[in-house]
Design a binder for this molecule. Structure first.
Ligand SMILES: Cc1cc2nc3c(=O)[nH]c(=O)nc-3n(C[C@H](O)[C@H](O)[C@H](O)COP(=O)(O)O)c2cc1C
Length: 185
């Protein structure tokens, strides 16, 4: 097989598959949720987390205003909601009302926490910087919500109990099958 060489990034720049999460925010009398798969932990101490958000997203306006965001990890049973909030603009639609999204109370911020999430972070914005067509928003995690029973004692996801949402690109989603796990010592 011959490898093609090209300039520029191409669609595979996105290095699929990636975990798709739901970012939440509230400000100016609105609350909103959007899907993000460009996200990464950045530091353990202090606990910092980065998300790449295009500035035209409604969610970006709410985060810029409130200086807070939430990060919600949903199980694969909720994949349709993940796709929905990632394809609807909060400028036009109240996604919480239209999609019947249940929330829980945050403890350190005002961001909506999704009841269906097996894990969620409350973050306070510490940096907001432009990188090309996206902005890198860095948040300090100030509270972690976790369904303890879906994690192993080492805090790995227990795939016998919960399946994460992975995004393959072009509206294709999948999950991680426990049969594929290999422990390499
Ligand atoms: C699987 C998936 C991953 C996405 N990842 C990102 C992302 O990392 N950054 C981003 O700005 N938009 C991303 N989007 C697009 C936004 O979720 C989408 O534009 C959304 O409608 C924005 O909503 P809002 O305008 O209400 O904030 C993604 C969409 C999907 C479906």
């Amino acid at each position: 097989m011959v490898k093609a060489i090209s300039e520029g990034a191409g669609a595979f720049l996105q290095h699929y598959p990636r975990v798709a999460v739901v970012v939440t925010a509230q400000a100016l009398g609105h609350e909103n949720a959007m899907t993000v798969d460009w996200h990464t932990p950045l530091s353990l101490n202090p606990p910092l987390y980065g998300i790449a958000v295009a500035p035209q997203r409604f969610t970006y306006q709410l985060i810029a205003e409130s200086k807070e965001f939430g990060l919600n990890f949903l199980p694969f049973e909720m994949v349709e909601l993940v796709a929905l909030v990632g394809s609807t603009g909060g400028w036009q639609v109240d996604k919480f009302q239209s999609f019947n999204i249940n929330r829980e109370q945050p403890v350190k911020t005002t961001v909506p926490i999704l009841e269906a999430a097996y894990a969620a972070y409350e973050c306070r914005l510490v940096d907001d910087r432009e990188y090309g067509d996206h902005r890198l928003l860095v948040g300090e995690i100030v509270a972690v919500h976790q369904l303890k029973e879906v994690f192993t004692p080492e805090e790995m996801l227990n795939l016998n109990i919960v399946s994460p949402v992975l995004y393959l690109g072009h509206e294709h989603y999948l999950t991680a099958a426990r049969e594929t796990i290999r422990e390499i010592l």
